[in-house]
Design a binder for this molecule. Sequence first.
Ligand SMILES: C[S@@+](CC[C@H](N)C(=O)[O-])C[C@H]1O[C@@H](n2cnc3c(N)ncnc32)[C@H](O)[C@@H]1O
Length: 213
Amino acid sequence: MFIRMTVRHPLFARRYPRVSDYEDAHGALAHRRELLAGAGGRVLEIGAGHGANFRHYPPAVRQVIAIEPEPRLRLLAERAAAHAPVPVRVHPGHAEHLPLPDHSVDAVVASQVLCSVRDVPRCLAEAARVLRPGGHLYFYEHIRSPRPDLARMQRALDLVWPLQGAGCHLARDTERAITDAGFAIDRARHFDFLIGGRPGPSSPRVIGTATIG
Ligand SMILES: C[S@@+](CC[C@H](N)C(=O)[O-])C[C@H]1O[C@@H](n2cnc3c(N)ncnc32)[C@H](O)[C@@H]1O
């Protein structure tokens, strides 16, 4: 099967680092630290973007393998890797087809990426495959609102939102997808991420971990 390692989203790739830096400055930096605090060993980060998580990996992490399909973001991620406190190697590729053997990593990190991957079940099946038994999935995602009226609005926005967000969807039930893939959720903190006290369509968020048996 032919697998495209690279997908170009030039406008998104220019805009995303600024949006991400803005969110980080308004609280998302603490979310990234919370996400990664317990990570250790050999870690795979899927859809690493411009590498915003790299500087937050704790010393218990021996190595990070980062997958990013968008070339401009990948270049920025390679630069961020050079300043990371732990060894990070950045590769092209997709989370749906991971270039790693079975049971070869201790942890998989998905940070605002399960909203964007084309095939969520396939991506989570790949994460389960490469994790060692007992390995952890660390996730930080914006998710479908638990409020039916807001979830309806997110579903409506999803008719156009992915066009401006390189495939990003607002109304995905990501935790359901994680358990459907055979993971047990150990911890999940739900919250609304508000900037300047204002909610937005991607405010409902979760930070958590899940274990594969
Ligand atoms: C919203 S950005 C998040 C970037 C980064 N993880 C972060 O926390 O800032 C979503 C990222 O997922 C990547 N992506 C989209 N589809 C993907 C796929 N199928 N496999 C791996 N990465 C993907 C995009 O290129 C983009 O870098």
